[in-house]
Design a protein around this ligand. Structure first.
Ligand SMILES: Nc1ncnc2c1ncn2[C@@H]1O[C@H](COP(=O)(O)OP(=O)(O)OP(=O)(O)O)[C@@H](O)[C@H]1O
Length: 313
């Protein structure tokens, strides 16, 4: 579990992270989203003790990073996949990391196998493709078999196969009961990967909720209904005060309601339904709507945007 409590980081006059409180729970992948410069990397660096908070705390399984006796056994991270010695083999790189963290060198081969690099473990890491480097970065993060994993933009620059592989891998780690926090700019990818979201803008919390709730919060509550008895359905809906908009022939859009309400109403009146679909936006729509106020610099004369609108829970 990761717990941020009133986390604040200032660089001189610049406030990178401001009074940020959220919890990341084990057993599912949590996406960490925010526009450029929102403070995601700074927050992750504070989780790993690479930056000190100006105020507030962030705890990994109840402890600050500095209090962890063997940090690599508690938290693993992939921040920059290119951080390897180019003339060292992947295996030597991992063994060196293991040794300097008092972990068994045999663990290097185990993690190489876990990420599918056992065949190329003897090759110089400097010659690895981006996808292979990302896998090596994941292997390094897993060396201490940690319960908490942090990934900063792990799929940046990868091809669809690489993205798919990392998605399944992260979901597998979460299914083993680990806490997995992953930042990404790729929103459609994040909607497939993450069950939970922490969304920040200008260093402040915008939302912490399930991906489903986040997407729903941006929807307009309309429900598409298709029925061979559309006239009767329209009458039944307007009779109970539900607003109706036209859609394709044989269909209508019921406003500000739920699929449950319409399904039950149709059943009571004996009206046959062929389709009942809540109209959802995409994670992209929700993100744009929620972070619109929170982009660091709005277009137009570089004026700063107002503070993030608070839908945080
Ligand atoms: N060492 C530093 N000195 C001064 N300002 C910094 C420093 N590190 C980050 N910042 C500023 O803090 C803010 C948050 O940066 P951060 O890199 O954490 O955002 P981010 O959400 O990770 O952005 P991106 O998605 O673009 O990587 C930015 O305005 C950035 O310019």
């Amino acid at each position: 579990m990761i717990e941020a409590d009133g986390l604040t980081k200032r660089y001189g006059a610049k406030v990178a992270v401001q009074d940020l409180s959220f919890t990341v729970r084990p057993g599912r992948v949590t996406g960490f989203l925010g526009p450029n410069g929102a403070g995601k990397s700074t927050t992750m660096r504070m989780m790993l003790g690479l930056d000190q908070p100006t105020s507030g705390t962030v705890r990994i399984d109840g402890k600050r990073y500095a209090e962890l006796k063997q940090p690599l056994r508690a938290v693993g991270a992939l921040l920059d996949a290119r951080w390897v010695h180019p003339n060292r083999s992947a295996r030597t790189h991992l063994r060196w990391l293991a040794k300097s963290n008092r972990l068994s060198p045999a663990r290097a081969d185990e993690v190489l196998g876990m990420v599918g690099l056992d065949e190329v473990g003897h090759r110089n890491a400097g010659g690895f493709s981006l996808g292979m480097s990302q896998r090596l970065g994941l292997a390094a993060a897993l060396l201490g078999d940690p319960g908490v994993l942090l990934f900063d933009e792990p799929v940046n620059g990868l091809d669809p196969e690489g993205i798919h592989w990392i998605r399944r891998f992260m979901q597998g780690l979460a299914a083993e009961g680990r806490t997995v926090l992953v930042s990404s700019h790729l929103l459609s990818e994040m909607s497939l990967t993450a069950e939970e979201l922490v969304v920040i803008g200008r260093g402040q919390l915008i939302a912490q909720c399930s991906t489903r709730e986040f997407v729903d919060s941006a929807g307009d509550g309309a429900v598409l209904v298709r029925s061979p008895q559309i006239a009767q359905l329209r009458e039944a809906l307007t009779a109970v005060g539900i607003g109706v908009r036209d859609s394709e022939p044989g269909s209508l859009l019921a406003e500000q309601t739920t699929t449950e309400r319409i399904g039950e109403l149709a059943a009571q009146r004996g009206i046959v339904l062929h389709e009942l679909t809540a109209q959802r936006g995409s994670l992209e729509d929700a993100f744009m709507q929620m972070t619109n106020q929170a982009v660091e610099y709005q277009t137009g004369l570089g004026s700063e945007a107002p503070a993030a609108a608070g839908v945080a829970r």
